[in-house]
Design a protein around this ligand. Structure first.
Ligand code: 5GP
Ligand code: MG
Length: 178
């Protein structure tokens, strides 16, 4: 068990299980992209560990870019404006694979996907470590998903609770408060 700030977490997915699932996902990508040269866009911060483990098992040529989907308050009072920052490569006619840590409601990926398609990418697929199918609120096609989990809050293996806990090699789930 680990404690981060006010919450306790218990182990949920071991690093060995994660490694097996990431390897299986890499095998699928290797089959589908063997003759291609895609751009992998790793969404910071959460996906950095997943991406590091994944790309070291890829056998096709690919480029890696890191991007951040940041929210800021717009000039107008329309509320949140989101923007993908950090991309420094022309995506026109490229095959793109978005590498993301977790899809929860799907809202983030639902916004990133059209942003990349609008840059002229030939194909855009999502490769995600974790998905909570029970929480998906927008229609989203996720072709590559390593693991599905129930509607619980998790940390570790790149994922944080209030900025902490990304360093744990296993994935932990928050303990329900009694
Ligand atoms: P969505 O837009 O799909 O609702 O949320 C996606 C983002 O929310 C993820 O990229 C991640 O940053 C965060 N998120 C969603 N569920 C969890 C979770 O269980 N644990 C952590 N640490 N972050 C999560
Ligand atoms: Mg994220």
């Amino acid at each position: 068990m680990i404690t981060i700030k006010d919450k306790q977490f218990e182990i949920f997915i071991s690093h060995q299980q994660i490694a097996d699932k990431v390897a299986a996902l890499a095998t699928r990508l290797n089959a589908d992209y063997q003759d291609k040269n895609p751009v992998l866009i790793v969404i910071l911060n959460g996906a950095f560990i997943f991406a590091a483990d994944l790309v070291r098992q890829l056998t096709f040529n690919h480029e890696i870019q890191f991007a951040k989907f940041s929210s800021y308050q717009g000039m107008e009072t329309t509320g949140e404006v989101k923007e993908l920052i950090g991309l420094s490569i022309d995506l026109k006619d490229r095959d793109v694979i978005i590498v993301e840590d977790i899809v929860d409601t799907g809202i983030t990926m639902g916004e990133v996907l059209p942003t990349l398609q609008a840059k002229g990418a030939k194909t855009v697929e999502i490769a995600v470590l974790l998905m909570k199918p029970g929480k998906l609120r927008v229609p989203l096609s996720v072709k590559y998903c390593a693991m599905e989990i129930p509607n619980e809050f998790i940390v570790g293996y790149g994922l944080d609770y209030d900025g902490l806990g990304r360093n744990y090699k296993d994935i932990y789930v928050v303990k329900s408060e009694e």
